[in-house]
Design a protein around this ligand. Structure first.
Ligand code: TRP
Length: 466
């Protein structure tokens, strides 16, 4: 069932679907955000609660989303509408998809800004490798403050930031414009295996040259007293972002899945791979950072500042640094492709324009917002778009988009998805799609109907009060 009767493309195989979905899930969220969040929130307590959130909240919602997409075989709003229609429910539920598509578009715009930073560090390490040669540590003879200053240096240069952002977005657009099988699937099938190879290599390198035991102790020693409400909130938010949930991305990918794919099992594989990569990212980054005597709680600066300093003292530092940021680039690209695909598929199908035209329209919109985000680190630092709302007072453009999507769109989208799948949609239709049976099926039903919406509602409220 390749180019199917429903008028859109499908994945060429189940493994292509899995690779694309894992590619969407594994991204800056795993490699940059997870270690930073774990470091800022006390290590083990955060990690354990995170795993708990993935299993009890993330996985059930993930299955709900791909299930809607697969049944609908269309862009996210249309898929939700088709499930609603086949359940004799109101087409108004399609709003779940619309919110998601819009949120994915917003996330795409600032995700590509961070993608631009990754490209910058590829350039930095490539230049350094050229200068210091293969075997030496990175940045020979340069002071730590100097290396740390690379990021603020980049932030201060609005033109460079905007240019890198647009470059990253353009690469993303290129692949999405080529379509599901020759674009999106191509990136996943070639880049994800390369990503995993580099990742494994760097983790092993970190284990041998870095302080592995301290990293293991840090990530897996569970100190109950550190599990505060803020830590819990951070963990759920991170689980959602990492699994690409709440914003129609997984619905869109589910729509390209074939009828014979077992969605329950596939969702389990996707969530398992994503979590494994997040944990391994901690085990790759922390040994290197600890070996250099640096702190775990550097937050966002962990990957872009602490790690480059740590590479200075490591054998083959420039080379490993270069490989590391190329690996991050692959992970980020397969995620930005999924973020662009959700709004593009909608524009393409809704307005009946070609896929390349739809990609260009969505991409141009993301370019404009992206440049505003890039400039909010410098020229527009004091532009607070939602400054009149207390929650977003003194929040620049970049942080506003991040905050609005994480605190509003994602939880609202996910709550509505659970209510829709758990309570509104026809139970037989759902049972027919989910590939679960017995106790697992019952557990999933209970989680989607009761546990997930309740926990997500608490998160929504807490996030808005915080
Ligand atoms: N999950 C990706 C990451 O970890 C980011 C991402 C891709 C995403 N698609 C998404 C986040 C959709 C939310 C929704 O980097």
């Amino acid at each position: 069932m390749a180019a199917s009767s429903v008028g859109h493309e499908n994945w060429s195989s189940r493994s292509a679907f899995i690779l694309a979905a894992v590619g969407s899930a594994v991204g800056l969220g795993n490699m940059w955000r997870f270690p930073a969040e774990a470091g800022e929130n006390g290590g083990g307590a955060f990690v354990l609660f995170y795993i708990f959130c993935v299993l009890l909240i993330g996985l059930p919602v993930l299955l709900s989303e791909v299930l809607i997409g697969r049944h609908g075989q269309a862009n996210a709003p249309e898929s939700v509408r088709r499930v609603a229609r086949d359940s004799n429910a109101s087409g108004g539920w399609g709003v779940i998809g619309s919110i998601g598509v819009f949120a994915a578009f917003l996330i795409l715009s600032f995700y590509c800004v961070v993608g631009g930073w990754v490209v910058y560090y590829i350039g930095v390490f490539a230049g350094d490798l050229f200068q210091t040669g293969l075997t030496g540590g990175a940045f020979e003879g340069r002071a730590a403050e100097d290396i740390e200053g690379l990021l603020p240096g980049l932030f201060g240069n609005g033109g460079l930031m905007a240019g890198l952002n647009l470059g990253f977005l353009a690469v993303t657009m290129f692949f999405v414009a080529r379509g599901v099988s020759s674009g999106i699937e191509w990136v996943a099938v070639y880049l994800m295996p390369l990503f995993f190879m580099l990742f494994l290599g760097i983790t092993i390198y970190g284990a041998f040259t870095g302080n592995f035991s301290e990293a293991v102790a840090y990530l897996f020693t569970f100190d109950f007293s550190k599990l505060t409400p803020e830590v819990m909130l951070a963990a759920v938010g991170q689980a959602f972002f990492s699994l690409s949930l709440g914003v129609a991305g997984m619905m869109t990918y589910g729509a390209y899945a074939n009828r014979d794919t077992n969605l329950g099992e596939t969702s389990g594989i996707i969530a398992g791979a994503d979590t494994a990569v997040a944990l391994l990212a901690g085990l790759a980054i922390f040994p290197i950072v600890f070996a250099a005597g640096l702190s775990a709680s550097a937050g966002p600066g962990l990957m872009f500042q602490s790690l480059p300093i740590a590479f200075q003292a490591m054998p083959f530092g420039s080379l490993i640094g270069l490989a590391f940021f190329i690996m991050i680039f692959f992970a980020a690209l397969t995620s930005s492709v999924s973020l662009l695909e959700a709004p593009t598929a909608w524009t393409h199908e809704r307005f009946k324009i070609t896929r390349p035209s739809a990609t260009i329209i969505v991409g141009l919109g993301a370019a404009i917002l992206g440049v505003l985000s890039a400039l909010s680190f410098n020229d527009l630092a004091e532009f607070y778009p939602l400054g009149f709302i207390p929650l977003f007072a003194e929040t620049n453009f970049f942080d506003t988009l991040d905050g609005v999507t994480a605190k509003l769109f994602m939880p609202i989208g996910a709550i509505l998805t659970c209510v829709f799948v758990g309570w509104v949609a026809d139970a037989r239709l759902i049972d027919d799609e989910n590939g679960l049976d017995g106790a697992l099926h019952l557990l999933w039903r209970v989680l989607v109907r009761f546990v997930c919406p309740t926990v997500l509602a608490v998160i929504l409220v807490m996030g808005l009060l915080a």
